[in-house]
Ligand binder design. Structure first.
Ligand code: FES
Length: 165
């Protein structure tokens, strides 16, 4: 278990926000998706206690919720970083050195694919083609795209975001 996970599990989750969101949708058909989306927006991820609560109150099995979460990659069971750094590992980016860029990022942040730094500042994800092959190799930080990446540029981007709140 990662430290982040352990930390997250130790924390008591305040369920009042989740209850308020469920209250809004409880009598609606197809409530599950909007509830999951809003709860994740409120908490930044879907804590297990919230999943249990949603299951109880919407009268579905937790396994159904986990199934939906697995199907829709936008849902997350663990806290995520403020900055999500996506490194494209698609063919065009791979050929142009995405591996070296991913390694540089891992070395700088001390985390690999699908991991989050302990201070919850960064999450790293290796992703498939993001549709900007002309700028390969490409990374994204939240909504910002950085193209023609090199090891040096990766270092600069990390420094820039480390210096930001
Ligand atoms: S392969 Fe990286 S953007 Fe297409």
């Amino acid at each position: 278990m990662s430290n982040t996970q352990a930390q997250a599990e130790q924390e008591e989750i305040d369920l009042s926000q989740a209850n308020e969101i469920i209250d809004k949708y409880i009598n609606m058909k197809g409530a599950l998706m909007p509830v999951l989306q809003e709860v994740q927006e409120a908490y930044g991820y879907l804590p297990e206690d919230c999943v249990q609560l949603i299951a109880e109150r919407l009268n579905v099995y937790p396994s159904q919720i986990y199934g939906v979460m697995t199907f829709y990659a936008q849902f997350h069971l663990e806290p995520r970083g403020k900055y999500i750094i996506r490194v494209c590992m698609g063919t065009a980016c791979h050929v142009k050195g995405a591996g070296r860029i991913a390694d540089t990022l891992s070395n700088r942040l001390g985390i690999g694919h699908a991991e989050t730094t302990e201070d919850l500042k960064f999450t790293v994800e290796h992703v498939a083609c993001i549709g900007a092959c002309g700028m390969a190799p490409v990374i994204m930080v939240n909504d910002a795209t950085y193209g023609s990446m090199s090891v040096q540029k990766m270092e600069e981007v990390v420094k820039k975001y480390q210096g930001m709140d």
